[in-house]
Design a protein around this ligand. Structure first.
Ligand code: AMP
Ligand code: MG
Length: 352
């Protein structure tokens, strides 16, 4: 009788151990399988790949948040906050959410820093070219001259106490397309942190945030797109942990007319797509909002000025690719950058 009881207890213990091991195995496996989500927002395809116990909840919340940011920022949505500021240009201050206010404040800072190379009042020029619509066309010089009068970031007036924004002149229009994806990526990262996500790849239309490390503890390898080739062909590669990697490129959004390519990054001084020899500018930074704004700054400022600007900012690096197939890499990631395409070579930056 006693023997049976001892055997019974032993059997029960063994069974409990087996059940516990199965639970550990199953939940462990679940953490190792990513939850993935793809959705179209902010005018682009977004892809999230997430590892962690709360991955499903985290991706759902993140997608909702990106949708919310689009609802507030889109110039293609009549009732977005940015559209409301645009409609009331030359009139009263418009109270906005802290999201929109923060984006406008950051936009103004980067406009100042780049001396207007980055200018969110570029919208009348972007609209004239039809960028982001099916009605793209090359406007006349006169049309461009006319609309260019409306482009002036100094006319963005901010009231911090009231979270309010206004544009000084009638017909001025904002476009936050050069910075909003960066802000959205930072918000996705914040949601992942709240859900204790271990590892994730956030890709908002090529605006990448490499969250944490790969599941095996190694850094993420991020390919830098070859702007002269089809998607997925890389000029080089960098290894990063917990970094934002954003690229502005002439291949991202463009149309061709009489064999000439017209892309979406505008020079606010001329009203034409930037043509300064750069074909892509990638920025590596801790926050994606800074990276996104700085890629546009770097692209528009040109190689020499753009390179100097990035070198002057602590903790930020950049990779510039030029049409003569040179790659210029700032000092902080020179060791890290691996050139993969032998048609390209490392540019000499000593003269900068
Ligand atoms: P990105 O790909 O981040 O360089 O942003 C390009 C988008 O920002 C364009 O599609 C326009 O909506 C807008 N944009 C174009 N040129 C400028 C500029 N010089 N400053 C600010 N925004 C711009
Ligand atoms: Mg940008």
């Amino acid at each position: 009788m006693i023997g049976l009881t001892v055997n019974g207890i032993l059997l029960a213990i063994v069974l409990i151990i087996i059940v516990v091991l199965i639970i550990i195995f199953v939940t462990g496996k679940r953490e190792q399988l990513p939850i993935e989500k793809e959705f179209f927002k902010l005018g682009t395809i977004n892809h999230l790949r997430v590892y962690g116990k709360k991955a499903q909840k985290a991706v759902d919340k993140a997608a909702e948040r990106v949708a919310e940011i689009e609802d507030k920022m889109s110039v293609f949505k009549e009732f977005s906050e940015v559209s409301r500021i645009n409609k009331n240009a030359g009139g009263d201050f418009q109270r906005v959410s802290s999201d929109t206010y923060f984006i406008m404040k950051k936009s103004f800072e980067y406009s100042n820093l780049s001396k207007g190379a980055f200018d969110p009042t570029i919208r009348p020029i972007v609209a004239l070219w039809g960028i982001g619509t099916k009605q793209t066309r090359v406007p006349s010089d006169n049309e461009i001259k006319d609309k260019l009068k409306l482009v002036n970031y100094r006319n963005i007036i901010l009231d911090e106490d009231k979270n309010a924004v206004k544009l000084k002149d009638k017909n001025q229009h904002l476009d936050v397309g050069a910075i909003a994806k960066g802000y959205a990526a930072d918000e996705v990262r914040r949601i992942f942190q709240e859900h204790k996500i271990k590892s994730a790849m956030i890709d908002l239309g090529g605006n990448i945030f490499a969250y944490g490390r790969k599941l095996n503890g190694e850094p993420w390898n991020i390919g830098i797109q070859n702007p002269l080739s089809s998607r997925g062909a890389f000029v080089g590669m960098i290894s990063v942990v917990n970094k934002s990697i954003v690229t502005s490129g002439n291949y991202e959004r463009y149309f061709t007319d009489h064999g000439k390519r017209y892309h979406h990054i505008m020079d606010p001084r001329t009203g034409y797509p930037c043509e300064n020899g750069i074909i892509s500018c990638t920025v590596i930074s801790d926050n994606s909002i800074d990276g996104d704004a700085l890629t546009t700054c770097g692209y528009v400022m040109g190689l020499k000025e753009g390179y100097k600007l990035i070198e002057s900012i602590e903790g930020v690096d950049a990779i510039f690719v030029t049409e003569d197939k040179k790659v210029y890499v700032t000092s902080g990631i020179k060791e890290n950058f691996k050139l993969l395409d032998k048609e390209f070579s490392i540019g000499q930056d000593e003269m900068f």
